[in-house]
Design a protein around this ligand. Sequence first.
Ligand SMILES: [Zn+2]
Length: 284
Amino acid sequence: MVPGHPMQDHTMGNDRTLRESLDGVGFALMDTIHAITALYDNYIWVAEGDGRALVVDPGEGAPVTAFLERHGLTPVGVLITHHHHDHVGGVEELLERFDIPVFGPAAERIASVNRPVTDGDTVEIEAIDARLAVLGVPGHTQGHVAYHGHGVVFSGDTLFAGGCGRLFEGTAAEMHRSLQRLAALPDETRICCGHEYTVKNLEFGLRVEPGNQALARRLETTRRLRDEGRPTVPSLLAEERATNPFLRTGVAEVARAAQAWAGRSLDHEEEVFAALRAWKDSEG
Ligand SMILES: [Zn+2]
């Protein structure tokens, strides 16, 4: 652990649990979802049920094992969204202690993955009653996958609260398609993403769309949460559709702002998306 960077975990209280969306699959999985802070601004997700835990994108091992011990949880599986070290760096350490399946994108070289998955697959972990659909969402990396089920999507570095991941390996067109795919999930889907970038994302969003009142309100709430040292995730997909500029490429004010920044007319949403991504990148 980084000295001076206290490990924290954040448990969503019952008001933010996912019981209402479980719909006949039993309450074993995702009774409670925890966001463990790791590295600098990463989130490792732990979905808990019946004393068992599913761990998502463990970029570090120590905070996860400490968390599991503190809560008396046995890990029954790991989900990996993409190959970046801050999402997989802790897997080996977990595997040294636990013989568990590690699901991850077949299209990426990740040594610790022992259950490669691809778009259209379903991840099933009986011990925790988990059934999650694998969605191929290239753009940030070429093989990036998201896991959707039980009213939750683990979106890694594709869809963030208020923003989206950088295009390290994919094209803007691919990322736009991937985001559109996630945006088509049900309104009440909880977005469990890989990083705490929300304030900066929403500040950018407000520069794109200064007239968006819902966005201004969300930024205020988000700043308050951060001032209190609390996570701003998970967010709701409905909230993302209303305030995340990267999901709003079809909105006239967003398209106008992107065109003004690009200095030319943009004829397709995909081009609006590409301009927004380049604009955000140019601001560091
Ligand atoms: Zn990444």
